[in-house]
Design a protein around this ligand. Structure first.
Ligand code: NDP
Length: 284
């Protein structure tokens, strides 16, 4: 067989990006399948982003992840968007197609839905309450709505952002949606099936913090999830578990979105167990 010394290049552009753990799980997956792919974590400032996008083509990269502050800026460089990426208005994954065109996808919310399914939970006809209205919340709530949720209730500190996200869901998906004010110690509505923390509250090093909600209003059996993955066992999840909730942490979502990227770029089924184990090892 002819030897091939050139590797297929993938990676992430962001600033700050030093603490981004995606590379370790993607490289572990490439190794596991013996693929000649590399994943490079690259600091790209806002000012340098146009040059970095030229490099995607010049270096014949296979694909790129985008993180802060590039997820929205990237839109104008892309040839085609997935339906979810168009609705969300942000892209975290680019696929460079054979003809050189750039396809934009948002795998954050799809990873969340996949992690829920892997835990045996469906979204069909479910009432979902989501805390937060930033990038993660937009991606997760839109995908929950596209996956069949009956109603999405958005609760956010800045109420205009909650109202704007609720309107986005109403206008673009079959789900009902509403925005609730985040009063101190806000009660979670009784008919909630799935409660999601999609704020950054509880993220290390501030892992001693938790969203200001009335934890006694979480009913037994409610599915409670957190997008925060470091630490994976957040105070929010600990409080919910103490009320008899079924808890799902943010590591599964991170691994699942990594697995979706992997498949998009390589065309292969991702070794999800290996990717998740690598992340656990990383945050141990
Ligand atoms: P954004 O900055 O876009 O949004 C942050 C959200 O948190 C906003 O809704 C903000 O409210 C809210 N918030 C922050 N601090 C407070 C506070 N003290 N009180 C109340 N609300 C607060 O961040 P992202 O959406 O991009 O990221 C959020 C989290 O999601 C991060 O921890 C990130 O690591 C995680 N994440 C996890 C992924 C995974 O795969 N598990 C994937 C992507 C992200 P306001 O609008 O009022 O400012």
């Amino acid at each position: 067989m002819e030897k091939k010394y050139r590797a297929e290049l993938t990676g992430v552009f962001g600033d700050p990006v030093d603490g981004n753990p995606t590379g370790v799980m993607e490289e572990a997956a490439y190794d596991a399948l013996g693929l000649n792919f590399r994943y490079i974590t690259m600091k790209v400032t806002k000012e340098d982003f146009p040059d970095a996008m030229k490099a995607v083509r010049a270096l014949h990269m296979k694909g790129v992840n985008l993180t802060m502050p590039h997820k929205i800026t990237v839109l104008k460089y892309l040839d085609e968007l997935s339906e979810a990426a168009r609705i969300i208005g942000a892209v975290n994954t680019i696929l460079v197609r054979e003809d050189g065109s750039l396809f934009g996808e948002n795998t954050d919310g799809k990873g969340f839905v996949q992690a829920l399914a892997n835990a045996g939970e469906s979204l069909t006809d479910k009432n979902v309450v989501i805390l937060g209205a930033g990038g993660a919340s937009r991606a997760v709530s839109v995908e929950c709505a596209l996956a069949g949720a009956r109603k999405i209730t958005v609760i956010n500190r800045t109420q205009e952002k909650a109202a704007e996200l609720a309107e986005l869901i109403r206008a673009n998906t079959p789900a009902r949606s509403e925005a609730l004010a985040w009063e101190p110690c806000v009660r979670i509505p009784e008919d909630t099936d799935i409660l999601i923390n999609a704020t950054s509250i509880g993220l290390a090093p501030q892992s001693d913090r938790k969203p200001d909600i009335d934890y006694s209003s979480i009913r037994e059996g409610c599915v409670v999830t957190d997008v925060v993955f470091n630490p994976s066992d957040t105070l929010f999840l600990q409080e919910a578990a103490a009320r008899g909730a079924k808890c799902i942490n943010g590591l599964g979502m991170l691994a699942c979105q990594g697995a979706l990227n992997f498949t998009l770029w390589t065309g292969e089924k991702a070794p999800l167990d290996i990717m998740e184990a690598k992340l656990r090892e990383e945050f141990a």
